[in-house]
Design a protein around this ligand. Structure first.
Ligand code: BDR
Ligand code: CA
Length: 309
């Protein structure tokens, strides 16, 4: 099993992603480290704690940053609802937060795993950047960071910026410059995994132990899309990033030099990927160019089957 810390901002697709990670049987989840993102830490942290119990993960949950490194905090109420889980109320957790913060939990685990630890970063990169700044000696101890974030094409928060990066571009800058192997699962890939309403209904048709969570999130998203007059369906961005860790063929990556625009007047938070190799710099990021939607759907079907047993 691959030892992994899931740094997250649950978050509707984060919840699917964490459920998928557990069900895969291929990941040894070492901790959850919530960060402020889709909603504030006052929601993402309790949500992570509640998911830890609900999904029977039994892992440490170390609270992370309650705001970006430099930018003002902005949240994403429409997409994830006021509580971050599309209004789904999970049972009150019995577990409690770690005393250590996210960055200390990440460092502790990186040392314990002796260079094998991977990080799944499915929220803004604030916790990861703080870890790298506080513990520079951690770099050789992290095998890979697989991040859902960014885009080499168009964005979703602004014309060119994806939400996780737009929230905290300075954190992305620190991560991109770290020298740690990075897989960037951006919007270019996740947009290829849009599941229609019919596909989601089919996926969630049979009851399983976590149906209230998965169906509640899907129903919230369906209603939200209808309110906005958008095509019914869902992109489970974060689930694709998790899948890419244990099933790399779910995405196709190519190595590029990538950097993050921290202060563009129009393009703040854009991940600038040197596709034409104009800068002739060493590649620092394995960039997801495309995704295999059918493969991801199959992995999600396996997830549902797991929770039926
Ligand atoms: C990313 O932003 C959040 O809304 C999702 O949870 C995902 O991590 C997609 O842009
Ligand atoms: Ca997320």
């Amino acid at each position: 099993k691959i030892p992994v810390i899931i740094d997250c901002d649950p978050g509707t697709d984060d919840a699917f992603a964490i459920a998928l990670a557990k069900a895969s049987g291929r990941l040894d989840i070492r901790a959850l480290t919530p960060v402020s993102g889709n909603v504030g830490l006052e929601h993402t942290a309790p949500n992570a704690l509640a998911l830890n119990d609900y999904l029977a993960l039994g892992v440490p949950v170390g609270k992370g940053a309650d705001r970006p490194m430099i930018k003002e905090r902005v949240i994403n109420l429409a997409t994830h609802g006021e509580n971050g889980l599309g209004g789904v109320e999970l049972p009150a957790p019995r577990c409690t937060f770690e005393e250590d913060h996210a960055w200390d939990v990440i460092y502790r685990e990186a040392v314990a795993q002796k260079g094998e630890l991977e990080i799944a970063a499915i929220g803004p990169l604030t916790n990861i950047a703080i870890t790298l700044l506080k513990y520079p000696d951690i770099k050789p101890l992290i095998k890979r960071i697989t991040m859902m974030g960014g885009a080499w094409g168009v964005g979703n928060s602004t014309p060119y910026a994806e939400f996780n990066i737009w929230i905290d571009p300075h954190a992305c800058d620190v991560v991109f410059k770290s020298g740690i192997p990075i897989t960037m699962v951006g919007l270019d890939a996740t947009r290829q995994t849009f599941f229609t309403a019919e596909e989601m209904d089919r996926l969630l048709a049979s009851d399983c132990a976590v149906s209230p969570l998965l169906r509640g999130i899907w129903e919230y998203t369906r209603a939200q899309k209808a309110r906005e007059g958008r095509e019914s369906g869902i992109i489970l961005h974060d689930a694709l990033a998790i899948a890419a860790i244990y099933c790399p063929e779910v995405i196709h990556t190519e190595p590029y030099f990538a950097t993050c625009e921290v202060r563009g007047s129009l393009t703040e938070g854009q991940t600038v990927v040197d596709l034409p190799n104009r800068w002739k710099k060493e590649p620092n990021v394995d960039v997801a160019m495309s995704a295999d939607k059918e493969k991801l759907y199959a992995l999600l079907q396996e997830m549902v089957a797991f929770y039926q047993n």
